[in-house]
Design a protein around this ligand. Structure first.
Ligand code: HAM
Length: 410
């Protein structure tokens, strides 16, 4: 196949042999989100470019280096969604869900994100996230409800060997103070910084901490930590978060260096890391963003949430040899030894809720049995003068009457 007709670099097809796993993950996500009273939201795959510039931040790698941005035929600059939070805030505001004083909204999403990144194991140009966003509660209980939900999801799918790291950036004032401290610390080392980071020193010194350039990393050694700049109320918020996590039995470590690469975060930040999938080990991260709603034109409304990468979760499950439970209905394969079409019989069985398939090309009985084997069917129904049901797992075969057929196959 010519290169240009293959799937673009950094994307993958989810084929029938894998798609049931995605369904299992999505079902678990919906079930757990529902248990926490989060409702699904779906937003368009593209937005006005301005939304991500304002929401996620001009100086972030996601916006400055990784967006898929294009002009549509009407000359509008549009960007394929690189992350969910800005879109969700936009949608929730546009629908007026936060218009009333004290309004709450709890939503979850399952959709693709597009980032022009250098592809490697666990890093895709199109990846999928299960995410949640909770609006309207400033209290640490809301942070912990989100973290507990995320933990429950991983437990529900059997993902093990996870490590939860938490930190706090503090409120807007703490963050501004930290920005100044960081700038002061890095200014004398300015000439050692990359061009990008020299620019960030002026506009957004926090983003220097995300840099992967070795010189930038060296310059950041010994830099002040966010905890050095926390206000008393931010300290109290973080202490309460940690205490509630402990009360709920959610194991965690404080990682004083954790800042995460999106500008909107305030107060609590967290990341779940898997120990067995290599470099791209973050299987989900989140945090609080108490100024984002206002930045995007709403009334001041606190928010907190997380996004977790489904591809990485699947990689981690595979590395651990953990099997997801397969919810597909067991298949019955019909082997037809007569000249009469079995389509009416299939129709009847399907109407009774049974999953059925058969060869429709007139193959030999032997070839039909081979197909039955290959199909992964749980049972084979041999149709001739009489009916016979074979259990494919045990190999046992039993004669069945026409009237008893549906019961025998259920
Ligand atoms: P993020 O950390 O950029 O946060 O992405 C969330 C998760 O998506 C990551 O932890 C990782 O599992 C997965 N992920 C990110 N990029 C890729 C990629 N290129 N390939 C595969 N998986 C990837 C956000 O996007 C925030 N919106 C999360 C959030 C929601 N914060 C508050 N609410």
């Amino acid at each position: 196949m010519p290169d240009k007709l293959q799937a673009p670099k950094g994307t993958q097809d989810i084929l029938p042999a894998e798609s049931w796993k995605w369904q299992a993950i999505e079902t678990a996500a919906r079930t757990i989100a529902g248990r926490y009273a989060f409702s699904e939201i779906r937003t368009p795959v593209f937005e006005h470019t301005e939304l991500f510039h304002r929401g996620v931040g001009e100086a972030t790698d996601i916006v400055s280096k990784e967006t898929y941005t294009f002009d549509d035929r009407g000359g509008r600059s549009l960007t394929l969604r690189p992350e969910g939070t800005a879109s969700v805030v936009r949608a929730v505001l546009q629908a007026g869900l936060l218009d009333q004083e004290g309004a709450r909204a709890k939503v979850f999403y399952l959709f693709p994100m597009l980032r022009y990144e250098r592809p490697q194991k666990g890093r895709m140009r199109q990846h999928h996230q299960f995410g949640v966003e909770a609006f309207g509660v400033a209290d640490a209980q809301q942070d912990v409800e989100c973290i507990a939900l995320q933990r429950d999801f991983y437990d529900a799918i059997g993902l093990k060997n996870l490590h939860l790291r938490v930190n706090s950036l503090g409120d807007a004032e703490s963050k501004a103070r930290y920005r100044d401290q960081l700038r002061e610390f890095l200014e004398p080392k300015q000439s050692a910084l990359s061009d990008d980071s020299q620019r960030r020193l002026e506009t957004n010194p926090l983003r220097i901490l995300d840099s992967k350039v070795p010189g930038d990393l060296d310059a950041c050694v010994g830099a002040p930590l966010p905890s050095d700049a926390l206000s008393d109320s931010s300290k109290a918020h973080f202490d309460k978060t940690c205490q509630l996590l402990t009360d709920l039995g959610v194991a965690f470590d404080i990682d004083a260096n954790l800042v995460r690469g999106l500008d909107y975060y305030t107060e609590t930040l967290w990341e779940f890391v898997a120990t067995d999938i290599g470099a791209q080990s973050a299987v989900g991260g989140g945090g609080r963003y108490d100024t984002l709603v206002q930045t995007l034109g709403g009334r001041p409304t606190p928010g907190v949430g997380f996004g977790l990468g489904i591809e990485r979760v699947l990689l981690a499950l595979e590395a651990q040899a953990t099997e997801l439970s397969d919810a597909r209905p067991p298949l019955v394969w019909i082997v037809n030894t007569t000249d009469v079409s079995v389509l009416p019989l299939m129709h009847e069985l399907r109407a009774a809720g049974i999953a059925v398939d058969a060869d429709l090309t007139g193959r030999s009985v032997k070839a039909q049995f081979k197909l039955a084997d290959r199909s992964g069917a749980a049972k084979t129904l041999v149709v001739g003068d009489a009916f016979e049901v074979k259990d494919m797992a045990t190999g046992t075969q039993s004669a069945v009457t026409r009237e008893g057929l549906i019961d025998a196959l259920r």
